[in-house]
Design a protein around this ligand. Structure first.
Ligand code: PA5
Length: 462
């Protein structure tokens, strides 16, 4: 249901200076890619490899428990409030935005079929937190706190605020309005959940935040708002099967990974723009930005050599950003590879009425908005090609659970393969941890006193 067109990265189309001899490169890397795919699939079950996300499509047990809980609480809550940040929020945001009816939270209860509204609090801006808490009836809100480490400052600060308010409103019964998704054994949230008796779900071992969307991290919120989890799981499984194919000519994740890698190292195009032509896929770009940036931005290769590599991901939205970023992409530095996502069939067909005959706009009358958005995607792609700018196009037949799961899983595998090509560890994030540790030090967490002292000195100096 998903296809990839890489034609416009070829030297025959955009010239040898900017383009690749794609078929030749596929042949050159054929064996290496086959080894990478075989090894990823061999390593995925080994502890410590951080590849358990490759098994999530088959995790029937979690699916069962998530559905059971969602069915049990159905009708009890008007809102689901997800507290989490980074990988603990972005996948949920991307999938719910794509699959729920647009403007879900503005629909009436009847229009939502009695299902709750959903809010993601993924920042610690006091104004937006207060704003949201002012409009939510907490008694009718199920709070899903999501943190693998169980101690991320942003999430736990939000949680402490919300838990306090819930307890004031509901007394001892507050615990039934909380469901925690966290590590099965470790972390402060796990301790709290056990002491206070919250319902919990597990972020599985060896699944990093940015690869956790198809664990309970994402599946629970999806089930709570009535998304079809089975359809999502089928999409992952079918894509997983397709991407086990070790032949690069048959494997779209390997193709896009290799093209990105070669465009970076051979052609100096180390910016990767993700530009879906669908507002419903807006947060897929945010999710991709984190996936690509945290996975591939590394200072050491696997042998410990200093490398400081990583393509910089950029989010864009078609057609909106044609009026914001495309000028730069067409005429500025030729250092980007643009990923278009094109949707063939939208849920709605919207005709533009034939009400004006002015030359400048009359041509629009009688056409559909659907045709216009896809014409704009085509026009932008062709214009970029005229300027010898490489683009790839991922085409989805339709936005549904099956296809969205396929798209996200394909991008995850693509990221893992790209990590292997760069010869880096795509599954750690020491750069994130460092800033987290500095925050703990600044906020006075026990055990971080030395860092706090050094940090105060550094801050005074700059
Ligand atoms: O991908 C990652 O590992 C990070 O973005 C984490 O998801 C993020 O830092 C939140 O961490 P945690 O889930 O431990 O609260």
């Amino acid at each position: 249901m998903i296809s990839l067109s890489y034609r416009n990265t070829d030297e025959n189309i955009i010239g040898a200076e900017n383009g690749l001899n794609v078929q030749q490169e596929f042949a050159n890397y054929r064996e290496q890619i086959a080894n990478i795919i075989t090894n990823l699939n061999k390593r995925k079950d080994k502890p410590g490899q951080w590849l358990q996300w490759m098994n999530l499509g088959y995790n029937e047990e979690t699916v069962w428990y998530v559905k059971e809980y969602a069915a049990m609480v159905q009708g009890r809550f008007d809102n689901v409030l997800v507290l989490g940040i980074g990988g603990s929020a972005l996948g949920g945001m991307a999938v719910t935005e794509a699959l729920l009816k647009p403007y879900w939270n503005l629909l009436t209860e009847e229009q939502r079929n009695g299902l709750p509204k959903i809010f993601f609090l993924d920042n610690i801006d006091p104004d937006s937190i207060c704003g949201l808490l002012n409009i939510l009836d907490l008694k009718r809100t199920l709070v899903n706190v999501v943190t693998k480490s169980g101690s991320t400052a942003e999430t736990m600060a939000q949680f402490m605020i919300v838990k306090n308010l819930l307890e004031k409103e509901l007394g001892d019964n507050y615990r039934y309005n909380i469901v925690a998704t966290t590590d099965k054994k470790t972390g402060v949230l796990r301790q709290i959940a056990e002491q206070e008796g919250y319902k919990t779900f597990v972020v599985p071992d060896d699944v990093g935040g940015r690869f956790s969307v198809f664990s309970a991290v994402g599946l629970l919120p999806f089930a709570l708002v009535g998304l079809d989890i089975d359809e999502i799981m089928n999409g992952i499984k079918d894509m997983d099967l397709a991407l086990k194919n070790t032949d690069i000519n048959e494997n779209i994740a390997a193709q896009n990974a290799l093209i990105h890698y070669l465009m970076d190292i051979k052609k100096g195009k180390n910016l990767s723009v993700m530009m879906p032509y669908s507002s419903r896929l807006k947060y897929v770009s945010d999710w991709y930005v984190q996936l690509w940036a945290e996975s591939l931005g590394k200072n050491k290769d696997k042998l410990g050599n200093d490398i400081h590599i990583g393509p910089t991901p950029i989010k864009a939205l078609g057609a909106t950003d044609q009026h914001s970023q495309i000028q730069l992409y067409n005429e500025g530095p030729n250092n980007k590879l643009i990923n278009f996502i094109r949707v063939k069939e939208f849920d709605n067909t919207l005709e533009i009425p034939n009400i004006f005959e002015y030359t400048g706009i009359g041509y629009l009358g009688g056409k559909t908005i659907n045709r216009l958005i896809n014409a704009e995607a085509d026009a932008t792609r062709v214009a970029l090609t005229d300027y010898n700018r490489p683009t790839v196009t991922i085409t989805i037949d339709k936005i549904n659970g099956y296809n969205i799961a396929q798209l996200l899983y394909m991008l995850e595998i693509q990221t893992a393969i790209a990590g292997e090509l760069y010869n880096i560890d795509a599954f750690n994030q020491p750069g994130v941890e460092q800033a987290k540790n500095y925050t703990y030090a600044l906020m006075g967490r026990a055990g971080y006193e030395d860092s706090a002292q050094t940090l105060q000195e550094k801050m005074a100096a700059v």
